[in-house]
Ligand binder design. Structure first.
Ligand code: ADP
Ligand code: MG
Length: 369
């Protein structure tokens, strides 16, 4: 039941900033920043006001050019593009969402979408209406931005950002001017865009909003000071999911989200998305397959767990099931790979746990005959 381990070719990053600086007179807005955003990734950019977040997003979005360093978008070095070339490239590849919406005030919602289409290729009213429909704004198509609430304007700008099907969405504080309810609606639309495979770079002040992303970076005075991936609790949830997937597969049960009833800080969907971004697993038509790195990690987890159970039941003669589980659980999380290998050797490289489930072999184990 091993998954096919297809050879994976490292994909081209969607955005690759290489040693990028941007200065305005004596102000250094960005200071030698290098950053790769993978295709399909959702990155949150955080940091205090004035730390360079907007500058970073504008450079990645070809709205501006760096003072030094190079900016690669979708495999193309855009640093030396002329304004005209940048505009063309931007219309093709990137959708923008701004805190202040930036809708043209004297054009209706529909006309704002038509204008974005026009800049890209051809205006198509039916398509533009369908885009408004998708963000729940068809009934406001003929309204001017001034006649719409903040949440409604942001939904129109999301429709505008998506209308030309760009690979990359850049959102600069997209929920900065919204109340909680509209914030949720906007995040739902961004999540859908991410699930449809878009690369998302989102600036936000708000840690709860940032948690939607696969990865978060922090800017201070134009430099990246922190790349926080996930909290320890999040990591524990990933491990629980991996262990669960392993045992489901062992029992020949289907691997899909519904089988994963795991209570953790992240929803299972978000955890799976993050694990997919790490290359641990892939999901197709709701079915999950462990990829080699996820396979290895799951195997290590299961091995550690079952060896610990065996150690506790045989060596310490813990027979009470609940106590065994409890002690083993507390103990195994502190085990290093070396200690695990020593326990394995001490127990004679056992093949099965006290419940009879197979113990995955480690490097220390003699090769199976
Ligand atoms: P953030 O989005 O994190 O609030 P910005 O990227 O807008 O930060 O700005 C970073 C720094 O660059 C700030 O000190 C800001 O004043 C300065 N800055 C940004 N844009 C300009 C500009 N067009 N002219 C002069 N200074 C600018
Ligand atoms: Mg800003």
């Amino acid at each position: 039941m091993r998954p096919d381990s297809a050879v994976s070719v490292p994909d081209m990053p969607a955005i690759d900033l290489q040693d990028v600086s941007k200065t305005y007179g004596s102000v250094v807005a960005l200071d030698q920043v290098s950053l790769r955003v993978e295709a399909g990734e959702w990155l949150a950019v955080m940091g205090p006001s004035g730390s360079g977040k907007t500058t970073l997003v504008n450079l990645a979005g070809c709205l501006d050019t760096p003072s030094s360093g190079s900016v690669w978008v979708d495999g193309v070095d855009v640093s030396s593009f002329s304004r005209r070339e940048l505009a063309r490239f931007r219309a093709e590849k990137i959708g923008f969402i701004f805190q202040q919406f930036h809708l043209v005030p004297y054009l209706t919602a529909l006309e704002n979408i038509l204008l974005a289409q026009y800049f890209h290729s051809l205006a198509d009213a039916a398509e533009a209406m369908a885009a408004l429909e998708r963000v729940g704004m068809a009934h406001r198509a003929r309204h001017l931005p001034g006649q719409l609430s903040g949440g409604e304007q942001q939904r129109v700008s999301i429709a505008r950002a998506l209308i030309n099907d760009p690979a990359i969405i850049l959102a600069d504080e997209p929920t900065g001017n919204l109340d909680e309810r509209n914030e949720e609606a906007v995040m739902e639309l961004l999540r859908a865009a991410h699930q449809a495979g878009k690369t998302l770079v989102m600036v936000t002040h708000d840690p709860t909003i940032a948690r939607y992303a696969d990865r978060r970076i922090q800017l201070h005075h134009g430099r990246i000071t922190d790349i926080s991936i996930f909290s320890e609790d999040d990591e524990r949830e990933f491990d629980q999911i991996l262990s669960k997937l392993w045992t489901l597969r062992e029992n020949h049960e289907p691997l899909h989200d519904d089988s994963l009833r795991i209570a953790g800080p992240l929803s299972v969907g978000r955890a799976i998305a993050a694990m997919t971004a790490r290359g641990w697993l892939c999901r197709e038509n709701g079915r999950i397959t462990l990829l080699p790195p996820g396979e290895k990690r799951a195997s290590d987890l299961i091995r550690r767990h079952r060896l610990t159970e065996l150690l506790f039941s045989h060596t310490f003669e813990l027979r009470n099931e609940a106590e065994l589980e409890d002690q083993a659980f507390k103990f195994e999380h502190s085990l290093s790979p070396e200690a695990t290998a020593r326990i394995c050797a001490f127990l004679g490289h056992p093949r099965a746990c006290p419940h009879g489930s197979p113990i995955p072999q480690g490097d220390c184990c003699p090769a199976a005959s």
